[in-house]
Structure formats: C-alpha cells, structure tokens
Design a protein around this ligand. Structure first.
Ligand code: NDP
Length: 494
C-alpha cells in the first residue's frame, strides 16, 4: 500500500485520520490517504500565505518561474512509467488514456513555460499615453493565495492545469485532490520539490467536500479555482460572493456532436464513439448528445451499432483494452439510474444498457457502452451523466441542428462533422460553447483556452487566458506633467 501524505510547506506530513484509495477495476485498496484536520488545512493556507508575502518566491522573475515549469515537465517525463501505473490503478484509466494524460500534463508545463517567458507582465499602452501628460501601463500582478479543487477523472492533468498558472503567475496555492484519486498529485508534489519550487508555494491535500469547504472559506484565500459538477460550482460561487473572491469554474457539459449528411461516414462513426466513450464517458467535454441528419440516419445507426462492438472492455492495464471501469459504485449507480429513467421516458435502447456482473468484471464497476435514441425532452438529453451513455436524435435542417445543440443549460464543447468546411464553420460560430471541433473530438491544445459558456463555467484554463486568470491587472499611471500650473485639475479644489 502506498502512503499518501499531506504536502504542506515542502514537507510530507502524516495525520491520524486515514482512508483507503480503491482501484475501481478490482475493488482493491491500493493506498492509504492521510486526511487533514481543520488545523492542518489552516497550516497549509498559512504556508501558502507566508510563501506569497514573506519568502524568496516574490522575487522570482518570470524566467526563473519558467525554468521551474520546464523542469517539472522534464521530471514528469522521467517518472512517466510510475505515473502511468498509478493513474491506471487509482482512476481506472485504460493504459492508452493514462499514457496520453501523463504526456499531456508534461506538455502543458512545457508550453506554459514558453508562455510565461514570452508574456509581458508590464506593457506600456502607447495609445493611452501622451507625452507631457501621462505614461500608462498595464502591470500584471499575481492574484495571491489560491484554493484549488479538482475531480477524479483526469487526476494528473487536472492538477497540472491548476498548479501551472499559479507558478507562472507568481501566486501560491493549496490544491485539494478528489478523495478517489490522490496518488499522482502526490508524486507531482515530489516533482515540484525536486524542480526547485520553494516550500509553501504549492501545497497539496486530499479530502472530502467538508475539507473543500473549509479550504475555500479560509479568510486568506483570494482566489478559488474549481473543476467538478455544476451543482457544487454553484455553491462555491455563492460562498465566494461573501468576500467577492476571484473565481474560475470549470463545470459540467452536455456537448452536442453534429453529423451533417456530407460527413465522411467511417470517420464520423469512430468520432462519435470516441467523443462519448473516452475514459468511459467521464470527461466533462464528452460528446454525449449525437445529432444526426435524418437523411443519413439509417446507415449511420447501422454503422454505429456495428462499430461499437469492436471496442474491447477489460482490465485497464491490457494494451488492447479501450474501455475500463467507471470510478466507483456511487457513479455506477447514478449511470444505471439515468439509463433506466431514460428508457422509462420512452428512450429506445439500441445497444448496451447493463452493468457487467460476471467475472472478470464482477469486482469492478464496468458498465456497457450504451446507445439510446431519445427526443429532446428525455432526461439523458438534458442532464450530465458522466458515464458511457449516448443520447441520439435526428434533425431535418441546419437550423434544427443548431437549435437542438444550443438547447442546454451547458455550453462546454461540441463538434461538427462535414466535408464542407465553410458550412461547418458557420454552424460552429452559432454554437454557444467554449470549444468546437470540426471533424475532430476531445483534442486540446495547451496554447489555446478551454472553458465553458452558460452553466459550464466561468473563465478559461490553458492558453494565455488561463495564465491571466491568475493575474490581476493594475493600471499604472506615471505622470509626465510635473509643473503645478499645468495641473489645472488640481484647481477644482482651490
Ligand atoms: P463534485 O463536483 O461533487 O466533486 C468535485 C470536487 O469537489 C472533488 O474534489 C470533491 O471532493 C469536491 N467537492 C464536492 N463537494 C464540495 C463542496 N461542497 N465544497 C467544496 N468542494 C467540494 O463531483 P463528484 O465527484 O461528486 O461527481 C458528481 C458528478 O459531478 C458526476 O456524476 C459528474 O456529473 C460531475 N462531475 C463533473 C466533472 C467535470 O469536470 N465537469 C468532474 C467530476 C464530476 P470529494 O470528491 O473528495 O468529495
């Protein structure tokens, strides 16, 4: 059993309260997690506060911060086999997804290092400035002490997206991982120390919702960054309003995947399956609503049902397996309830719909990839499930496709499949979502922003926008008018 300690002020600390972390594929306990008491949460925030105001960290320039980011990227690559192994065991990620995650986390730190170096933290605005009157600058200052909360679906990537901009901006943070998946973030803590990050800049703890609440309520927290469900996001926003804290929220989604009649059929079928089944559907940007042009639906449906059978379900370490368990029994019950509710409301089951109960699946939480035809009022067309369930419907016109796609409280992502790029681009411009792919799905670019419209969140991660989310802009006015008689505005007083 691995011991997952609290990482506070550069030290790994134990506590008297521990729980086990469970492998969702086998039900086995794989690690003992040390949980923080209220005092330890306070110690972690105090460490971040001290690091921000009283340590050498405040004198690190952008190149020193970029050097650390680059070193973290290198050390993630050096320890990639170990990280992949633990990501599989802790989160139920299949080998191919775990490999991609570790690569993506390293690549994010590397790209961010370049962005940090290139970013101008002080910029004179020549249009606003006038010789003899004023020189006006935008100065970007670190936001300060942050509380960050992440979910269990992409544990290392989520930790990277949160920690990266804290370091790039010169801020400090306490990061809380999900109770289910603390292991790779703890290895990342070792990497941070080995990369020369001063103690206290990043502190990493694990705990449940109460720990999260205690953390965000701490009076020394300036910014809250949260990734998780929209429901919890709303409660965090409400709490943040008490002190007008800076917040970033990356929340749920119900993204639409639109197949136009001129799409490449084979590509679009694989794309539709990849969009909703990657990591068993436990990705916030999953394409969980499939909208297909009515004129091609019969052959599309036939190809989809045929192709889904080629996906190998199994033990996540098996390199041929593309589909593993969902995170835990609670999530598994939620998914099965959604399937049953959908069918009760008139959904037509095309494929799947069962939890796998026979060996070798009986010890883990394996749910079949599931295809259900529905109308727009069906529960699974509206609510985020976070599981391998696709809500399929058809459209007659482009207008109807756009209307269906936008008929959601969410607006995180979506895609259009077509050979006609100008038509696809026109549709993309009318989708109310933060990311739209054309003939692609799920791929993210660390140099580009990711985040949601509507109830999918506030703010963006990655890209320059992601770094700016951890910077406050200060307008610096330097007078170029230093003779009293010219400062006629003073005369308003005399
Ligand atoms: P939550 O949104 O409940 O949890 C996400 C993170 O927030 C976890 O670290 C959790 O801690 C913490 N947390 C939970 N409640 C609070 C609170 N009141 N105050 C502060 N922190 C809190 O997601 P769940 O893991 O419970 O999953 C529930 C549903 O959320 C899923 O079925 C899915 O629909 C959605 N979800 C969406 C994600 C996304 O990226 N959009 C990611 C994960 C889930 P802990 O887990 O340790 O209790």
């Amino acid at each position: 059993m691995k011991d997952i300690k609290l990482f506070i002020d550069g030290e790994f600390i134990t506590s008297n309260h521990t729980v086990d972390s469970i492998n969702p594929a086998t039900g086995e306990a794989i690690a003992r997690i040390h949980l923080p008491t209220n005092e330890l949460i306070d110690t972690a925030v105090e460490a971040a506060h001290k690091a921000f105001y009283q340590s050498e960290w405040k004198n690190f320039d952008k190149n020193q911060r970029a050097d650390i980011l680059l070193k973290i990227a290198e050390k993630i690559k050096e320890r990639k086999d170990e990280l992949i192994e633990w990501e599989i065991k802790d989160s139920g990620s299949v080998l191919r997804k775990a490999k991609a995650d570790i690569h993506n986390a390293a690549s994010y730190f590397k790209v961010l290092a370049g962005q940090c170096r290139a970013f101008e933290f002080e910029v004179k605005d020549e249009r606003a400035s006038r010789d003899g009157f004023s020189h006006n600058y935008r100065t970007y200052l670190p936001v300060g002490v942050c509380a960050q909360i992440i979910p269990w679906n992409f544990p290392l990537v989520m930790a990277a997206w949160k920690i990266g901009p804290v370091i790039a901006s010169g801020s400090t943070a306490v990061l809380k991982t999900a109770l289910e998946t603390p292991i790779t973030a703890s290895i990342l803590a070792e990497i941070l120390s080995d990369s020369g990050l001063p103690p206290g800049v990043i502190n990493i703890i694990t705990g449940d919702a109460d720990v999260g609440q205690q953390l965000i309520a701490h009076p020394k927290i300036r910014k809250i960054a949260f990734t998780g469900s929209t429901q919890v996001g709303k409660s965090i926003m409400e709490k943040a309003s008490q002190r007008i804290q800076n917040i970033s929220l990356e929340l749920g989604g119900k993204s639409a995947n639109i197949i136009l009649k001129d799409a490449d059929l084979n590509l679009a079928v694989d794309g539709a399956l990849y969009a909703f089944l990657y990591h068993q559907g436990q990705a916030c940007d999953s394409g969980t609503r499939l909208l297909v042009d009515e004129s091609i639906y019969p052959q599309f449906k036939e190809a989809l049902v045929k192709r889904i059978k080629d996906i190998k379900i199994g033990e996540p370490h098996d390199p041929n397996v593309g589909f593993g368990p969902v995170i835990n029994s609670k999530q598994s019950k939620t998914i099965m309830n959604y399937i049953q509710s959908s069918l009760r409301e008139g959904g037509n089951l095309l494929y799947g719909g069962r939890k796998l109960e026979d060996a070798p699946f009986n010890k883990g939480e394996f749910i079949e990839p599931t295809l259900i035809e529905v109308d727009r009022n069906n529960i699974i067309f509206k609510e985020e499930i976070f599981g391998p369930v696709l809500a399929i419907t058809t459209f007659r016109t482009e207008e109807e496709a756009i209307d269906l796609a936008n008929d959601s409280i969410y607006g995180l992502a979506g895609a259009v499949w077509s050979k006609d790029l100008s038509r696809a681009k026109n549709i993309a411009s009318r989708l109310e979502t933060g990311t739209v792919w054309i003939n692609e799905y799920h791929l993210l670019n660390p140099g580009m922003p990711f985040g949601g419209f509507k109830q999918s969140g506030l703010g963006r991660e990655m890209g320059e926008e992601g770094m700016k989310a951890y910077l406050e802009v200060q307008h610096l006015w330097i007078s170029d008018c230093n003779e009293r008689e010219k400062k006629v505005w003073f005369d308003a007083l005399f």
